[in-house]
Ligand binder design. Structure first.
Ligand code: ATP
Ligand code: MG
Length: 412
């Protein structure tokens, strides 16, 4: 059979699926501490949801969607992101009538027709959070801090938190004019994409990744200078509370997000280890989206992170693998005790590997290595007679003999 996975898609198995589960589990557990609960939405939605929610002028909607017609003639689209569906669910189930603040997190596959590269796929996974119903700038800082602390928790280091404020609609309209005036004489020097969008979506030129565009916008007018009092104050409180929460950040005045619905705070967490796929997490405040989708004015804040990009970073850091143990038994007399103890440890939640047939020490140690054991238990006849067992810790390079009755305590 020579059928392969479709370009831009992939199988996740072995160590990678362990990493995947690890990231998702820690994220969920940690977000729950902040009052988030999980929402699971469909993988496809009506195409109009994304057109309305993300905006027809965006790259995602204009170029990247997987859209198809179902047998009933409906236009459906595989979700390219999570926020639009979360807002749809919020309105459809009238959650606003039940609670004044809603905190949801989600994870799952997203689909975008992009050019596949390391850290960029056509089917990829995101973990995201959305808070609906609150405008306080402390919330912005709290959620940025949560994102940052989560990444620290899974041992991803050397990250930079970048923040900016893009103000509200009026501010952006004023700024837009100034920016277009600035860009017009430079038009020829911009990349083809930016030449096309510099009038329809000039803010996007600011965060274009093409080096020549980066150079051209260096002297561009700064959005922060256009904020009104209220917006300025909002941004100041966000910064103040990031300081209070101990989150180091830089203000990147060229940071804008691709979607029209953002307002005030926007942020990204970036690494320099993944080339141009350096953004691992991105989000911000979107106070107008709920209204745009037919609801009442409802402030909101959220972010999404790319699980595959996190997984790529995890391989360079010490990924906290599970505490795997391999049980080496030597001689038929030790077999029953070995299996009894193995089952007991598994019932206590420890992952234990063991051979069924009697094998040499060397063969079993080789097996332990393949299994990815962090520790090995070795039970020989002498040890069994003395009620003892040897425990070898590969990570520390230590070995000691302990009482059989102590094994559980040593491993948990
Ligand atoms: P980029 O500028 O890298 O295309 P984006 O602005 O389109 O990102 P968002 O829509 O904000 O990204 O998605 C949030 C996160 O999801 C990104 O920061 C990234 O980690 C991840 N992500 C986005 N697109 C892809 C993709 N095609 N493959 C893998 N991960 C992705
Ligand atoms: Mg993109």
């Amino acid at each position: 059979m020579n059928i392969k996975a479709v370009r831009g898609t992939k199988d996740i198995f072995g160590k990678d699926s362990e990493k995947y589960d690890y990231v998702v589990k820690i994220a969920g557990d940690y977000f729950e501490k902040y009052g988030f609960s999980r929402i699971i939405t469909p993988i496809f939605e009506e195409t109009n949801l994304f057109k309305r929610g993300i905006g027809e002028g965006t790259d995602v909607v204009s170029k990247e969607m997987y859209t198809f017609e179902d047998k009933g003639g409906r236009s459906c689209t595989l979700r390219p992101e999570g926020t639009a569906a979360v807002v749809r669910a919020y309105l459809e189930h009238k959650i606003f009538a039940l609670e004044d603040v809603t905190k949801w997190y989600y994870h799952g596959s997203m689909f975008r027709y992009e050019r596949p590269q390391t850290g960029r796929y056509r089917e990829f996974n995101q973990i995201g959070v959305e808070v609906l119903g609150k405008k306080d700038p402390i919330l912005d800082a709290e959620i940025i801090s949560m994102a940052f602390e989560f990444l620290k928790k899974i041992n991803i280091e050397d990250l930079e938190v970048q923040i900016n404020s893009i103000g509200g609609k009026e501010t952006r309209l004023k700024y837009r004019e100034a920016l277009i005036n600035f860009l017009t004489p430079k038009k020829e020097k911009l990349c083809a994409d930016c030449q096309n969008r510099y009038e329809s979506n000039p803010l996007r030129v600011l965060d274009c990744k093409v080096p020549s565009c980066k150079e051209e916008v260096k002297e561009a007018p700064i959005l922060l200078d256009y904020l009104n009092e209220e917006e300025k104050n909002h941004f100041d409180v966000v910064k103040q509370f990031l300081d209070i929460f101990g989150v180091k950040y830089v203000v990147n005045t060229n940071l804008v997000r691709g979607l029209d619905y953002y307002s005030n705070t926007v942020f990204e967490i970036v690494t320099n280890k993944l080339g141009s796929q350096g953004t691992v997490l991105a989000g911000g405040r979107y106070d107008t989206l709920v209204e745009q989708m037919g609801g009442k004015e409802t402030p909101a804040f959220g972010f999404a992170m790319g699980v595959e990009r996190l997984m790529l970073l995890l391989s360079e850091n010490h990924f906290n693998e599970k505490n795997k143990v391999f049980f080496v038994w030597l001689g038929e007399e030790t077999k029953i005790e070995a299996f009894k103890l193995t089952q007991k440890l598994r019932n206590l939640g420890i992952e234990v590997g063991i051979e069924y047939e009697s094998k040499s020490m060397k063969a079993q140690m080789k097996r332990a290595d393949k299994f990815g054991a962090k520790k090995v238990l070795i039970l020989g006849e002498n040890e069994l007679n003395e009620g003892k067992i040897v425990i070898k810790d590969f990570t520390k390079g230590e070995q000691e003999e302990i009482l059989l009755s102590e094994v559980e305590n040593k491993l948990i």
